[in-house]
Write a protein that binds this ligand. Structure first.
Ligand code: AMP
Length: 542
């Protein structure tokens, strides 16, 4: 017997319809590429995303055709999120930090038909258009009078002209909720990048889950600043969850330095923010010298790479801001875990609570977890035993776009490539990427643990731990360190700093001071490149 409830497909268009009807006057504030502040409402987003849909219709695009973006977090990008997917096309957000060769490859592989870009990325578009034959229409996200003359880019139109003449009415089409809605290529450290192809259904389910109190805890009372970029994994799904809850949104545009973010947070009364640790490091670095305070910020989600406990502490103790440590990946839309306490933890001491808060968090309903050993055998959830982390759920990839890389699943589970332990309460602690794990004398050393200790030292801005070949122990850890500007610390002082904070055999064998640690397009440390940088290095103990 089937249930007798209405059968309505879960479609992204319903989010913007809801936001317009129920939260039409909630504000969307954007710092534009031009530097000024733009301000309008969810009702305006809805109206203009219908114009986007009409513009795409006028361009004779077919259902599921890809529309690419190279854009910062801003109101026009938000309109494309709803206008493109809502009208049955696929929004392909491209990471502008990738190499132009990779961008041209990705655009061609995705068969993008239209490319919408912020003017910041004009040189990038000039570099790739001749190598991106599928793109028929280029749209510069600007007013008509800012359209560059003689750009050399064919079929280039200003966004405001492109949508300007279009009707503001549009009937959002109804179609199968499993239809593709958007796509994002992984950074692809090996081989060509591969694309996660999200569906309307996976996006709506993820948006519901993300808004839950034990997940991002978003509501109509929040004023949310996503520093996490809309060009990578849909800004962790915040644009969708924001429409679902009707919160106020504040977009930083290209200005992600500590000063600009701080000023925006204060002037717009931001209560909630989301970003990767490096962005928050810049923010705290800006605030500390002048003893600046947050007047409205209450919570911030930090993920994308491990959030050092020192940062969680600084936000909580120095600024009264709750940090929600999050873990996920492109292939998971991206959310997998969020770290919030349970009722039974509330009576614990702050120190005991901190041990939980520094983990990546526990499962969100909708994502199943398991950890396995070398032969695929399930490992215990004892909070100690590390293993390969596998996931499954309705917003986890089944396969990559165009079947690239073959079947990624192992008996229906997606191998994340991360190594983690899980405790009896289900809290996941990521210890490494599997390729970065350090095996010393048959034991595993977590590079994240070693890095977290280093960055707790007041003179350390950034740290990356890698394993070096060792004749006796196979591998031994060393830590590459970037000092804070003007700060001093010696190798010996730093090694001493490890005493009592980790087992003796896990203390790195050496500290190497570097000017910078190479970062990839999504802001993660590129340990492969760091290893190349240190190829002539040899261990003092070897
Ligand atoms: P991406 O697909 O670019 O979003 O990268 C996903 C990867 O980033 C994960 O597989 C992890 O290796 C890493 N990552 C994301 N969040 C965290 C976190 N909170 N702690 C440790 N690693 C993380």
């Amino acid at each position: 017997m089937l249930g007798l409830m209405q059968d309505q497909p879960l479609l992204i268009s319903s989010l913007i319809e809801f936001a317009e009807r129920h939260h039409g006057d909630a504000e969307i504030v954007s710092r534009r590429v031009e530097g000024d502040i733009h301000r309008y409402t969810w009702a305006d987003v809805a109206k203009r995303s219908r114009q986007v849909a009409n513009a795409l219709g006028a361009s004779n695009l077919l259902f599921s055709d890809r529309v690419a973006t190279l854009a910062w977090n801003g109101y026009r990008h938000l309109e494309l999120y709803f206008g493109v997917s809502g009208s049955g096309h696929v929004l392909h957000t491209i990471n502008p930090r990738l190499h132009p060769d990779q961008i041209a490859w990705i655009a061609t592989h995705a068969e993008d038909q239209v490319l919408c870009f912020d003017l910041t990325f004009l040189p990038l578009v000039q570099a790739i258009h001749a190598r991106s034959p599928s793109i028929k229409q280029y749209v510069a996200l600007c007013d008509a009078d800012r359209l560059p003359a003689d750009s050399g880019i064919p079929n280039l139109v200003a966004y405001e002209s492109w949508i300007g003449g279009q009707p503001t009415t549009y009937e959002w089409p109804k179609f199968d909720e499993n239809s593709a809605s958007s796509m994002c290529y992984t950074s692809g450290t090996t081989g060509n990048p591969k694309a996660a192809l999200y569906s309307h259904r996976s996006t709506i389910l993820h948006a519901y889950a993300a808004a839950l109190p034990d997940v991002m805890c978003l509501s109509a009372r929040d004023c949310v600043l996503p520093v996490v970029p809309m060009f990578h994994v849909n800004a962790w799904g915040i644009p969708y969850s924001a429409a679902l809850t009707g919160c106020k949104l504040v977009f930083p545009g290209p200005a992600m330095d500590g000063k600009s973010i701080y000023e925006l947070m204060e002037s717009e009364k931001v209560s909630y923010a989301a970003g990767v640790p490096t962005v928050w490091q810049m923010l705290l670095g800006h605030m500390k010298p002048d003893n600046l305070r947050f007047s409205t910020l209450k919570r911030t989600v930090i993920g994308g790479s491990a959030c050092p406990p020192a940062m969680i502490n600084a936000f909580r103790e120095d600024y009264g801001v709750e940090v929600l440590h999050a873990w996920g990946m492109t292939e998971m839309s991206p959310l997998g875990t969020l770290c919030t306490l349970k009722n039974k933890h509330l009576a614990m001491s702050p120190e005991e609570q901190m041990k939980i808060r520094m983990k990546q968090g526990r499962a969100i309903f909708g994502v199943d977890f398991k950890i396995t050993g070398d032969n695929g055998e399930p490992l215990p959830w004892d909070g100690k035993t590390p293993g390969d982390l596998l996931v499954k759920g309705p917003w986890v990839v089944r396969e990559y776009f165009k079947g690239e890389g073959g079947d990624p699943l192992i008996n229906g589970w997606f191998p994340t490539g991360d190594v983690a332990s899980i405790d009896a309460d289900g809290y996941v602690q990521i210890t490494d990427r599997s390729k970065d794990v350090i095996k010393s004398g048959g034991e595993w050393i977590s590079s994240i643990d070693i890095e977290n200790i280093a960055v707790a030292h007041p003179a350390v801005a950034m740290a990356a731990c890698i394993g070096m070949r060792h004749p006796k122990w196979d591998e031994r850890p060393i830590v590459a360190v970037v000092k804070k500007p003007g700060a001093e610390v010696t190798r010996e002082e730093l090694l001493k700093f490890y005493e009592g904070k980790t087992a003796k055999w896990q203390v790195p064998d050496d500290v190497v001071f570097v000017d910078a640690i190479p970062l990839g397009a999504t802001g993660k440390m590129l340990k492969t490149r760091l290893r190349e940088m240190l190829k002539d290095y040899s261990l003092p103990s070897a």
